[in-house]
Design a binder for this molecule. Structure first.
Ligand code: MG
Ligand code: MG
Ligand code: MG
Length: 304
């Protein structure tokens, strides 16, 4: 049976390109797999796929009865709803360990680096599996995306080393120029407020409460008009009302290297306090990573 290699809900560039890169890795080892995604590519990912002439993975919303490898997550909340009826074969990820489990021994490659594609390159080298030039270019873009051009505190020396090796394979001279081109595509605000909130959105269980956190990374926050800011707040209130304790939208300015946020919550004081922000001024200097700088303090505050 062909196993699926599947990224998380609301797929970002890393989860989609990691599915393609892990497909190359497993097929290179003689394992029958097919890349899959839980949704359409976002504008940034579309740019990457077009730039390197790669096809988007098939879209899958049900995995019951399938063998599955997960890339870029290990949380049930980010897996298809019928994941409990699938067989988990392995995980390639760079997040905190989630709550999936398996019935049999599984292949796990989880490391605290900046991007799942960094791990897949390291594992491909371990098995001697070659990476085609186009795929290498897309994997480089995934690293630039997840590490925000190497500026995120999640970025490690391994990410920078692997990015340079991938640039070499892809024949890319100017890594930074490629990254800026990609972030310009990512900064596209031509979508509904709901689509903007869900473009990169994850639900977390925090002390038994459902907390949804979206992130928009833009070249400049000045791109968001006050009209759009108001619409995003009202839509976020609607998203919160759909069975969540809290909905948060983190708005990251990649050039100024910090974030603002919109909050809709039954416990907003906990959120502002945990993140060192004020209700009337939510600018958080240096905050770029949801994974490392937003989720852990919120987890701790909601548990307390
Ligand atoms: Mg991701
Ligand atoms: Mg990632
Ligand atoms: Mg990200």
């Amino acid at each position: 049976m062909t196993a699926l290699v599947l990224g998380h809900k609301n797929p970002d560039t890393d989860s989609i390109i990691a599915a393609l890169a892990a497909e190359n890795l497993f097929r290179g080892r003689g394992i029958d797999v097919a890349a899959a995604a839980q949704g359409e590519p976002a504008p940034e990912t579309k740019f990457v796929l077009d730039r390197f002439k790669l096809n988007a993975p098939q879209i899958v919303s049900s995995v019951a009865g399938h063998d599955v490898y997960l890339v870029d997550y290990s949380d049930l909340a980010q897996a298809p709803d019928d994941f409990k009826d699938a067989k988990l074969l392995g995980i390639l990820d760079h997040h905190k360990l989630g709550d999936v489990t398996s019935d049999a021994p599984l292949e796990c490659w989880i490391q605290p680096v900046g991007c799942s594609n960094t791990i897949i390159k390291v594992v491909s080298d371990f098995y001697g599996v070659k990476i085609p030039a186009a795929l290498a270019g897309a994997m480089l873009c995934a690293i630039l995306s997840d590490t925000v051009l190497f500026k995120s505190p999640t970025c490690t020396k391994t990410d920078v080393k692997v990015a340079n090796e991938l640039a070499e394979i892809a024949g890319i001279q100017d890594i930074n120029a490629l990254g800026m081109e990609m972030f310009k595509a990512k900064s596209n605000l031509d979508a509904s407020p709901r689509d903007l909130i869900f473009r990169d959105f994850k639900d977390f269980d925090m002390g038994g409460k459902k907390v949804g956190i979206g992130q928009l990374e833009l070249i400049s926050l000045d791109m968001i008009s006050s009209d759009l800011m108001g619409k995003l707040q009202s839509e976020l209130d609607a998203v919160k009302a759909e069975g969540r304790n809290s909905a948060i939208l983190v708005l990251t300015d990649i050039m100024k290297e910090g974030s603002k946020m919109l909050v809709s919550s039954d416990n907003e004081d906990i959120i502002y306090q945990a993140l060192g922000a004020k209700k009337d001024n939510t600018w958080m200097s240096g905050v770029m990573s949801r994974k490392k700088q937003v989720v852990p303090p919120l987890q701790a505050a909601f548990k307390a």
